[in-house]
Design a protein around this ligand. Structure first.
Ligand SMILES: Nc1ncnc2c1ncn2[C@@H]1O[C@H](COP(=O)(O)OP(=O)(O)OP(=O)(O)O)[C@@H](O)[C@H]1O
Ligand SMILES: [Mg+2]
Length: 282
Protein backbone atom coordinates (compact mmCIF):
# COMPACT_ATOMS: atom_id res chain seq x y z
CA UNK A 1 0.00 0.00 0.00
CA UNK A 2 1.31 3.48 -0.83
CA UNK A 3 1.88 6.03 1.91
CA UNK A 4 -0.92 8.13 0.48
CA UNK A 5 -3.33 5.20 0.66
CA UNK A 6 -2.27 4.49 4.22
CA UNK A 7 -2.80 8.14 5.13
CA UNK A 8 -6.26 8.09 3.55
CA UNK A 9 -7.13 5.12 5.71
CA UNK A 10 -6.09 7.09 8.75
CA UNK A 11 -2.89 5.17 9.37
CA UNK A 12 0.39 6.56 10.51
CA UNK A 13 2.31 8.26 7.71
CA UNK A 14 5.69 8.11 9.37
CA UNK A 15 7.70 5.20 8.05
CA UNK A 16 7.07 2.49 10.61
CA UNK A 17 8.44 -1.02 10.70
CA UNK A 18 6.10 -3.52 9.04
CA UNK A 19 6.16 -5.61 12.22
CA UNK A 20 7.70 -4.79 15.54
CA UNK A 21 7.74 -7.23 18.45
CA UNK A 22 9.06 -5.89 21.72
CA UNK A 23 9.79 -8.36 24.53
CA UNK A 24 6.80 -10.56 23.71
CA UNK A 25 6.06 -13.49 26.01
CA UNK A 26 3.09 -15.81 25.57
CA UNK A 27 2.03 -18.70 27.80
CA UNK A 28 -0.50 -21.48 27.30
CA UNK A 29 -1.25 -22.14 30.97
CA UNK A 30 2.19 -22.53 32.51
CA UNK A 31 3.85 -23.48 29.21
CA UNK A 32 5.92 -20.63 27.75
CA UNK A 33 5.36 -20.81 23.96
CA UNK A 34 7.01 -17.46 23.12
CA UNK A 35 9.74 -16.28 25.43
CA UNK A 36 10.81 -12.61 25.48
CA UNK A 37 10.86 -12.25 21.69
CA UNK A 38 12.10 -8.97 20.21
CA UNK A 39 12.14 -8.71 16.43
CA UNK A 40 11.43 -6.29 13.58
CA UNK A 41 10.39 -6.92 9.99
CA UNK A 42 11.07 -4.08 7.55
CA UNK A 43 8.54 -2.85 4.99
CA UNK A 44 8.79 -4.70 1.68
CA UNK A 45 10.91 -7.45 3.14
CA UNK A 46 10.37 -11.19 2.80
CA UNK A 47 11.03 -12.50 6.28
CA UNK A 48 11.23 -16.17 7.27
CA UNK A 49 10.45 -17.46 10.73
CA UNK A 50 12.23 -20.80 11.07
CA UNK A 51 12.46 -23.36 13.83
CA UNK A 52 11.57 -26.93 14.78
CA UNK A 53 8.07 -28.14 15.67
CA UNK A 54 6.84 -26.38 18.77
CA UNK A 55 9.38 -23.53 18.52
CA UNK A 56 6.60 -20.93 18.79
CA UNK A 57 6.31 -19.80 15.16
CA UNK A 58 2.54 -20.19 14.79
CA UNK A 59 1.95 -18.67 18.22
CA UNK A 60 4.03 -15.64 17.21
CA UNK A 61 2.08 -15.32 13.97
CA UNK A 62 -1.26 -15.57 15.78
CA UNK A 63 -0.21 -12.78 18.13
CA UNK A 64 0.76 -10.60 15.16
CA UNK A 65 -2.50 -11.21 13.33
CA UNK A 66 -4.54 -10.61 16.53
CA UNK A 67 -5.97 -14.15 16.75
CA UNK A 68 -4.36 -14.52 20.17
CA UNK A 69 -4.64 -11.81 22.80
CA UNK A 70 -1.38 -10.21 23.85
CA UNK A 71 -0.14 -11.13 27.27
CA UNK A 72 3.28 -9.50 27.80
CA UNK A 73 5.23 -7.11 25.60
CA UNK A 74 4.15 -4.96 22.68
CA UNK A 75 3.46 -5.63 18.99
CA UNK A 76 2.77 -3.16 16.19
CA UNK A 77 1.97 -3.75 12.51
CA UNK A 78 2.85 -0.72 10.39
CA UNK A 79 2.89 1.25 13.62
CA UNK A 80 -0.59 0.08 14.67
CA UNK A 81 -0.88 -1.49 18.12
CA UNK A 82 -2.34 -5.01 17.95
CA UNK A 83 -3.61 -4.74 21.51
CA UNK A 84 -5.73 -1.62 21.06
CA UNK A 85 -6.50 -1.54 17.33
CA UNK A 86 -6.91 -5.14 16.25
CA UNK A 87 -9.42 -4.41 13.47
CA UNK A 88 -7.10 -1.83 11.89
CA UNK A 89 -4.28 -4.39 12.04
CA UNK A 90 -6.44 -7.06 10.40
CA UNK A 91 -7.20 -4.75 7.49
CA UNK A 92 -3.47 -4.64 6.71
CA UNK A 93 -3.17 -8.40 6.67
CA UNK A 94 -3.58 -11.38 4.43
CA UNK A 95 -3.16 -14.70 6.22
CA UNK A 96 -2.69 -18.27 5.04
CA UNK A 97 -2.97 -20.37 8.21
CA UNK A 98 -1.17 -23.62 8.88
CA UNK A 99 -4.54 -25.38 9.08
CA UNK A 100 -7.29 -25.65 6.51
CA UNK A 101 -9.16 -22.40 5.89
CA UNK A 102 -11.33 -23.10 2.86
CA UNK A 103 -14.89 -24.33 2.74
CA UNK A 104 -15.18 -27.48 0.64
CA UNK A 105 -18.92 -27.07 0.04
CA UNK A 106 -18.32 -23.76 -1.78
CA UNK A 107 -16.74 -23.16 -5.17
CA UNK A 108 -13.36 -21.46 -5.48
CA UNK A 109 -15.05 -18.23 -6.51
CA UNK A 110 -17.49 -18.37 -3.59
CA UNK A 111 -14.65 -19.00 -1.15
CA UNK A 112 -12.73 -15.94 -2.33
CA UNK A 113 -15.89 -13.78 -2.53
CA UNK A 114 -16.64 -14.64 1.07
CA UNK A 115 -13.21 -13.35 2.11
CA UNK A 116 -13.66 -10.23 0.00
CA UNK A 117 -16.82 -9.42 1.96
CA UNK A 118 -15.19 -10.30 5.25
CA UNK A 119 -12.27 -7.96 4.54
CA UNK A 120 -14.36 -4.99 3.42
CA UNK A 121 -13.46 -5.04 -0.27
CA UNK A 122 -15.94 -2.48 -1.69
CA UNK A 123 -18.97 -4.17 -3.22
CA UNK A 124 -18.45 -2.50 -6.61
CA UNK A 125 -14.90 -3.89 -6.85
CA UNK A 126 -15.50 -7.38 -5.49
CA UNK A 127 -16.23 -9.24 -8.67
CA UNK A 128 -13.19 -7.86 -10.48
CA UNK A 129 -10.88 -8.42 -7.52
CA UNK A 130 -12.03 -12.00 -7.07
CA UNK A 131 -11.44 -12.71 -10.76
CA UNK A 132 -8.05 -11.00 -10.58
CA UNK A 133 -6.72 -13.10 -7.68
CA UNK A 134 -8.12 -16.35 -9.08
CA UNK A 135 -6.27 -15.57 -12.29
CA UNK A 136 -3.09 -14.82 -10.35
CA UNK A 137 -3.07 -18.22 -8.70
CA UNK A 138 -4.04 -19.92 -11.92
CA UNK A 139 -7.46 -21.09 -10.78
CA UNK A 140 -9.66 -19.24 -13.29
CA UNK A 141 -10.59 -22.45 -15.07
CA UNK A 142 -11.53 -24.11 -11.78
CA UNK A 143 -13.32 -21.05 -10.36
CA UNK A 144 -16.78 -22.61 -10.39
CA UNK A 145 -15.80 -26.05 -9.14
CA UNK A 146 -16.38 -27.12 -5.54
CA UNK A 147 -13.22 -26.76 -3.47
CA UNK A 148 -13.78 -30.21 -1.93
CA UNK A 149 -12.58 -31.71 -5.22
CA UNK A 150 -9.32 -29.75 -5.28
CA UNK A 151 -5.85 -31.26 -4.90
CA UNK A 152 -3.61 -30.11 -2.03
CA UNK A 153 -1.77 -27.70 -4.32
CA UNK A 154 -4.98 -26.18 -5.63
CA UNK A 155 -6.26 -25.73 -2.08
CA UNK A 156 -3.08 -23.89 -1.10
CA UNK A 157 -3.34 -21.62 -4.15
CA UNK A 158 -6.99 -20.93 -3.32
CA UNK A 159 -6.00 -19.99 0.21
CA UNK A 160 -3.41 -17.66 -1.25
CA UNK A 161 -6.09 -16.04 -3.43
CA UNK A 162 -8.23 -15.50 -0.33
CA UNK A 163 -5.35 -13.93 1.52
CA UNK A 164 -4.58 -11.57 -1.37
CA UNK A 165 -8.09 -10.38 -2.24
CA UNK A 166 -7.94 -7.34 0.06
CA UNK A 167 -4.50 -6.39 -1.34
CA UNK A 168 -2.80 -6.69 2.04
CA UNK A 169 0.26 -4.66 2.92
CA UNK A 170 1.45 -7.65 4.94
CA UNK A 171 1.04 -11.24 3.78
CA UNK A 172 1.49 -13.87 6.49
CA UNK A 173 2.03 -17.47 5.35
CA UNK A 174 2.26 -20.28 7.90
CA UNK A 175 3.82 -23.29 6.15
CA UNK A 176 2.06 -22.59 2.85
CA UNK A 177 3.85 -25.37 0.99
CA UNK A 178 3.74 -28.26 3.44
CA UNK A 179 2.70 -31.49 1.76
CA UNK A 180 2.98 -30.09 -1.77
CA UNK A 181 5.05 -31.63 -4.55
CA UNK A 182 8.09 -29.62 -5.72
CA UNK A 183 6.29 -28.19 -8.75
CA UNK A 184 3.30 -27.05 -6.70
CA UNK A 185 5.68 -25.54 -4.11
CA UNK A 186 7.46 -23.57 -6.79
CA UNK A 187 4.18 -22.34 -8.17
CA UNK A 188 3.05 -21.03 -4.77
CA UNK A 189 6.36 -19.21 -4.24
CA UNK A 190 6.39 -17.78 -7.74
CA UNK A 191 3.01 -16.20 -7.09
CA UNK A 192 4.12 -14.78 -3.77
CA UNK A 193 7.26 -13.30 -5.35
CA UNK A 194 5.21 -11.83 -8.19
CA UNK A 195 2.76 -10.20 -5.75
CA UNK A 196 5.61 -8.86 -3.71
CA UNK A 197 7.25 -7.32 -6.75
CA UNK A 198 4.00 -5.83 -8.04
CA UNK A 199 2.58 -4.41 -4.82
CA UNK A 200 5.64 -4.01 -2.61
CA UNK A 201 4.02 -6.30 -0.07
CA UNK A 202 5.80 -7.33 3.10
CA UNK A 203 5.83 -11.11 3.53
CA UNK A 204 6.21 -13.06 6.77
CA UNK A 205 6.43 -16.81 6.25
CA UNK A 206 7.27 -20.00 8.04
CA UNK A 207 8.60 -23.09 6.33
CA UNK A 208 10.48 -26.25 7.24
CA UNK A 209 12.16 -26.29 3.82
CA UNK A 210 15.47 -24.56 4.43
CA UNK A 211 16.36 -24.30 0.76
CA UNK A 212 13.09 -22.40 0.17
CA UNK A 213 13.84 -20.00 2.99
CA UNK A 214 17.37 -19.49 1.67
CA UNK A 215 16.13 -18.65 -1.78
CA UNK A 216 13.12 -16.52 -0.90
CA UNK A 217 13.85 -14.65 2.29
CA UNK A 218 15.72 -11.37 2.64
CA UNK A 219 16.18 -12.20 6.32
CA UNK A 220 15.36 -15.14 8.54
CA UNK A 221 14.94 -15.65 12.27
CA UNK A 222 15.61 -18.96 13.95
CA UNK A 223 13.35 -19.73 16.88
CA UNK A 224 13.94 -22.46 19.40
CA UNK A 225 11.89 -23.14 22.56
CA UNK A 226 10.07 -19.84 22.09
CA UNK A 227 13.28 -17.83 22.00
CA UNK A 228 15.08 -16.07 19.21
CA UNK A 229 18.28 -18.00 18.52
CA UNK A 230 19.57 -16.06 15.51
CA UNK A 231 18.48 -13.42 13.02
CA UNK A 232 20.09 -12.17 9.81
CA UNK A 233 20.27 -12.62 6.06
CA UNK A 234 20.68 -16.23 4.97
CA UNK A 235 24.14 -15.28 3.69
CA UNK A 236 25.16 -13.84 7.07
CA UNK A 237 23.96 -16.86 9.01
CA UNK A 238 25.64 -19.31 6.63
CA UNK A 239 28.91 -17.36 6.70
CA UNK A 240 28.85 -17.30 10.52
CA UNK A 241 28.36 -21.06 10.53
CA UNK A 242 31.44 -21.67 8.43
CA UNK A 243 32.58 -22.02 4.86
CA UNK A 244 30.22 -23.98 2.63
CA UNK A 245 27.51 -24.17 5.30
CA UNK A 246 23.89 -24.41 4.22
CA UNK A 247 20.94 -22.86 6.03
CA UNK A 248 20.05 -26.38 7.11
CA UNK A 249 23.45 -26.62 8.82
CA UNK A 250 22.68 -23.37 10.64
CA UNK A 251 19.29 -24.76 11.65
CA UNK A 252 20.81 -27.97 12.98
CA UNK A 253 23.51 -26.12 14.89
CA UNK A 254 20.95 -23.99 16.70
CA UNK A 255 18.27 -26.56 17.35
CA UNK A 256 20.40 -29.63 17.93
CA UNK A 257 18.72 -32.89 18.77
CA UNK A 258 15.20 -31.58 18.33
CA UNK A 259 15.42 -31.65 14.57
CA UNK A 260 16.33 -35.33 14.57
CA UNK A 261 13.84 -36.22 17.26
CA UNK A 262 10.80 -34.54 15.78
CA UNK A 263 11.53 -33.69 12.19
CA UNK A 264 13.58 -36.61 11.00
CA UNK A 265 12.57 -38.88 8.17
CA UNK A 266 9.49 -40.88 9.06
CA UNK A 267 9.26 -39.26 12.50
CA UNK A 268 6.41 -37.48 14.16
CA UNK A 269 6.95 -34.53 11.88
CA UNK A 270 6.16 -36.42 8.70
CA UNK A 271 3.12 -38.04 10.31
CA UNK A 272 1.80 -34.62 11.26
CA UNK A 273 2.51 -33.27 7.81
CA UNK A 274 0.66 -36.13 6.17
CA UNK A 275 -2.25 -35.70 8.54
CA UNK A 276 -2.53 -32.00 7.87
CA UNK A 277 -2.46 -32.56 4.15
CA UNK A 278 -5.03 -35.31 4.40
CA UNK A 279 -7.29 -33.09 6.46
CA UNK A 280 -6.92 -30.26 3.99
CA UNK A 281 -7.86 -32.46 1.08
CA UNK A 282 -10.59 -34.35 2.90
N1 LIG B 1 -3.71 -23.96 21.85
C1 LIG B 1 -2.66 -24.40 22.53
N2 LIG B 1 -2.79 -24.86 23.79
C2 LIG B 1 -1.72 -25.29 24.49
N3 LIG B 1 -0.45 -25.29 24.02
C3 LIG B 1 -0.26 -24.86 22.78
C4 LIG B 1 -1.34 -24.39 21.95
N4 LIG B 1 -0.84 -24.00 20.76
C5 LIG B 1 0.48 -24.24 20.83
N5 LIG B 1 0.84 -24.73 22.03
C6 LIG B 1 2.20 -25.09 22.45
O1 LIG B 1 3.03 -23.95 22.27
C7 LIG B 1 4.29 -24.32 21.74
C8 LIG B 1 4.52 -23.57 20.43
O2 LIG B 1 3.58 -24.02 19.46
P1 LIG B 1 3.52 -23.42 18.00
O3 LIG B 1 2.32 -23.97 17.35
O4 LIG B 1 3.65 -21.94 18.08
O5 LIG B 1 4.84 -24.02 17.34
P2 LIG B 1 5.36 -23.97 15.84
O6 LIG B 1 6.73 -23.41 15.87
O7 LIG B 1 4.37 -23.30 14.98
O8 LIG B 1 5.46 -25.53 15.48
P3 LIG B 1 5.18 -26.33 14.08
O9 LIG B 1 6.43 -26.26 13.30
O10 LIG B 1 4.90 -27.74 14.54
O11 LIG B 1 4.00 -25.71 13.43
C9 LIG B 1 4.25 -25.83 21.58
O12 LIG B 1 4.88 -26.39 22.71
C10 LIG B 1 2.79 -26.18 21.57
O13 LIG B 1 2.54 -27.46 22.08
MG1 LIG C 1 3.23 -23.89 13.38
Amino acid sequence: MSRRERASRGLETTVAEAISLDHVTFRFGTHVAVDDLTLTVHPGECFGLLGPNGAGKTTTIRIINTLLNMQEGAVTVFGIDVRTRSMAVRRQLGYVPQQLSIEGALTARENVSWFARLYDVPRSERRARVDEVLEMVDLSDAADRLASGFSGGMVRRLELAQALVNRPALLVLDEPTVGLDPVARDSVWQRVAQMQAEYGMTVLLTTHYMEEADELCDRVALMHNGRLAEVGTPAQLKAAQGEGASLEDVFRAHTGADLGAESGKGGLRSVRTTRRTARRMG
